[in-house]
Design a binder for this molecule. Sequence first.
Ligand SMILES: [Mn+2]
Length: 346
Amino acid sequence: MQDRLPECSEKIHHGRYTMTPDFSSELFALVSKAESIAITTHISSDGDGMVAAIALQELLRHQGGDSFIVTDGEDLARYSFLSENIKSVRFHSEMLFDLVIVLDCNSYDRLGERVKLVQDSKHRVVIDHHVVEHAPIEADLEAINSHFVSVGALLFHLFEEQIRALDPQAIKFIADCVYVTILNDTNNFGNANTTADVFELCRDLVNCGALPHLLNMAFLKNQSAQELQYVGQSLANIRLLEDGKILFLHSDLDMAHRLGFDPEQSMSVTRYVQGVPGLTAIAYFRELKPELWKVSLRSLKLDVQSLAADFGGGGHRKASGLTIKGSLADVQAEIHQALRKAIDRS
Ligand SMILES: [Mn+2]
């Protein structure tokens, strides 16, 4: 698929694409020299970066490279349907690796405490599909191409030859992982990045043994009854404002305690309300500590990044977040006012 792109055949620095022509052999040369290898991804890891890391670990294992996935301690049980043998370790500041491979991230800003892990390593490799913006990681070797739908898809492209040379079981394993990265980054083929190329790649992955119905169930519908109750009660809190242009919903600590559910384990709640007709903006309020709220903003029409920035938050134009102190009523009133102003300006 994407190998039609000229960007993949030569090293180009447009701030957007960097691909070395023989990336895979250069990477395997680094891997064979390295005494210790770490694979890592951005903070608040997701089903792209982390699952691509699981796929890469498997590929390296077949190439004789033993690696650790370095995490912030997040629970990888979520991915146990892919593998029970993920070799991972929680980051601590004394650890040192010869080679660190960073996936789904090209910026020191997105590494949290693991900046040290990357900076202290002898060699660094970056594989990513985000546009390069702030504090780029200085890498010995990098493959950055924002044409790819997920870093898993980029990984498959870079190593397709090596992957296809594996035994059928290993091929299927990696195809499953890559498929999950696409489910994650297209939000189940629902985002604007779901192109014909994506379906072509998925066709290849299914031909490699990936079973979409099982992966869909295991990855996207893997929610405990408590989590569904948590989502349900959050949805029951929906309020419409400004003639139905603004939708508010919230989850407080009391609710989480009552249900015995850890909100950190929750998948996005806003995805359930994004299709409500007539909306200009969504604000989801989640209580982090008593009277401290995380606000997730979504809008197809307003620039919610600049709105979040006014409160010390950040993100993207269409999806951003901030934290704010106060009672729910006060916090909602403040965000309501800011959104109303943004609507008036638009
Ligand atoms: Mn990604």
